[in-house]
Design a protein around this ligand. Structure first.
Ligand SMILES: Cc1cc2nc3c(=O)[nH]c(=O)nc-3n(C[C@H](O)[C@H](O)[C@H](O)COP(=O)(O)OP(=O)(O)OC[C@H]3O[C@@H](n4cnc5c(N)ncnc54)[C@H](O)[C@@H]3O)c2cc1C
Length: 443
């Protein structure tokens, strides 16, 4: 009888989603996994990332969590402060996250998370990486998908696979072509927001006791102001303090949709946060001139489908999100784990039946789309509340903050115990195991 693990799996993109997907398929015993990546190496931006328990659960199962955890900060609480005064609006303790959800909430360096996944992949004979190789076109989605690939220094070539998984990010070529096939246009949405990403070294902060205290604690701090905020936490064994901002986009407004990053100006950054407190300014002032980088925050209209034929989208390719809930990469890695689980469950006598493959990918979409869409909406909603200006709505928000989550909820949805419970207790792989047969039969 045919063995599902012989199916040829092609993955486009070696971001968090692509790496997680490759490792998840290898751990399920798949033998032919090819990953195609435009860039010549992993090349992750110098920035931190939050790793909530729902993704730690997946990383743990993939066998790569231990090394990532070795450098991570195990978060024990969050402090939400008025940006202008540094006065604390709320302090939500999170001492028992691991007890409640089985896994900790951590922060880390992006290269640590990507490196952990990549090292895990490198141990798997089944995974082959093809760096400097871009997907040019999907020639056919149905049956056995055919694609055209282009190595940076070589000629285009064609490839046929059994399943194509596109983790090619917010600018996904696969998404554009999939939507064109069904007569719809790919529509990215301007969020009107941009972000600075900053990493400060211990050596730059250690002369200042207040800054050192931030670096040495296990707390995520969010400073909020009208239409802006800064979120910050220690990473890399507390050798680096990571700051990520969100503010109105003024520099990308005239740029094309393809522009996502730009070298920022330090004076513009200081001006953007001019009314924030001296503590924040002491940190922003540490950023070297010429090293300010600004990101445009783009999302996408909800898609009519994530699946066509034997091709599925995952991660930012199908559910890009504002970062305010810290779930974007987590969702992408979860997608890959769910895909590996459901594909491994294709009925053995239907492995080479295209209809069964499409249905299985549709089961993935049914499992993931409502959950991810809810989180994307919640991130947008949370940003709106965090960025309120003076007025009644802000007064009400601050009153809710002062209750410190005692009601089970705070306006910063990332830190809100009710939202944490909903997201962190969700075991996406277990759900796939429990529901695959029923959903497959329903299609
Ligand atoms: C400021 C900010 C803070 C964030 N903080 C967090 C956080 O704390 N926690 C969290 O979970 N998430 C966070 N996120 C979100 C997270 O970074 C993304 O959701 C996640 O990285 C998406 O992963 P991905 O693999 O889907 O896409 P990407 O990481 O974009 O990877 C796509 C890959 O595909 C490659 N590619 C693209 N086109 C092609 C092609 N045609 N052929 C071959 N390769 C191709 C690209 O080169 C890239 O390597 C944050 C995002 C931002 C902007």
């Amino acid at each position: 009888m045919a063995d599902v693990r012989d199916l040829r799996i092609a993955i486009i993109g070696a971001g968090m989603g692509g790496l997680g997907t490759a490792l998840a398929f290898a751990k399920k015993g798949f033998k032919n996994i090819d990953v195609f990546e435009t860039a010549s190496n992993l090349g992750f931006v110098g920035a931190g990332i939050q790793m909530p328990p729902n993704v730690v659960r997946v990383l743990h199962r993939l066998g790569c969590w231990e090394d990532i955890f070795a450098e991570a900060t195990n978060v024990k609480g969050t402090s939400i402060r008025q940006g202008s005064t540094n006065a604390e609006l709320s302090h939500v303790e999170m001492p028992d996250i691991e007890e409640k959800y089985g896994f900790p909430h951590c922060t880390g360096h992006r290269s640590s998370l990507a490196g952990g996944l990549f090292n895990g992949c490198k141990k798997e004979k089944a995974i082959k990486f093809h760096f400097s190789t871009a997907l040019v076109r999907v020639e056919s989605f149905e049956g056995k998908p055919r694609v055209t690939l282009k190595p940076r220094d070589g000629d285009e070539y064609a490839l046929e696979v059994d399943i194509l998984l596109a983790s090619d990010g917010i600018k996904s070529v696969t998404r554009t072509q999939m939507l064109a096939q069904i007569g719809t246009e790919s529509q990215e949405e301007d969020t009107g927001q941009a972000a600075y990403r900053i990493m400060l070294k211990r050596s730059e902060m250690e002369h200042d006791p207040e800054l050192l205290e931030l670096l040495d604690c296990d707390t995520v701090v969010r400073w909020v102001g009208e239409r802006r905020h800064i979120i910050a936490y220690p990473v890399s064994n507390k050798q680096i303090y990571n700051l990520s901002t969100a503010h109105p986009d003024t520099h990308f407004a005239a740029a094309t949709n393809a522009t996502y990053t730009t070298r920022g100006s330090k004076s513009a950054m200081l001006q953007m946060y001019h009314d924030f407190c001296p503590l924040v300014h002491r940190m922003l002032n540490l950023v070297p001139d010429g090293e300010v980088c600004e990101w445009k925050l783009r999302v996408h209209r909800p898609l009519p489908t994530w699946v066509l034929g034997s091709v599925a989208l995952l991660g930012d390719a199908c559910h890009p999100t504002l970062p305010h809930l810290s779930q974007g990469a987590a969702m992408a890695i979860e997608d890959g784990a769910v895909l590996a689980e459901v594909v491994s469950r294709i009925p053995p006598d239907r492995i080479h039946d295209p209809e069964a493959v499409t249905k299985t990918l549709k089961v993935y979409e049914l499992l993931r789309k409502p959950h991810c869409s809810a989180l994307v909406d919640l991130a947008t909603h949370s940003g709106r509340i965090l960025h309120l200006g003076e007025g009644k709505a802000k007064e009400e928000r601050d009153r809710e903050f002062r209750q410190n989550g005692k009601t089970g909820s705070v306006p910063d949805k990332w830190a809100s115990p009710d939202v944490q419970k909903m997201i962190y207790s969700h075991d996406c792989v277990q759900e796939a195991i429990d529901k695959y047969d029923e959903l497959f039969a329903s299609l």
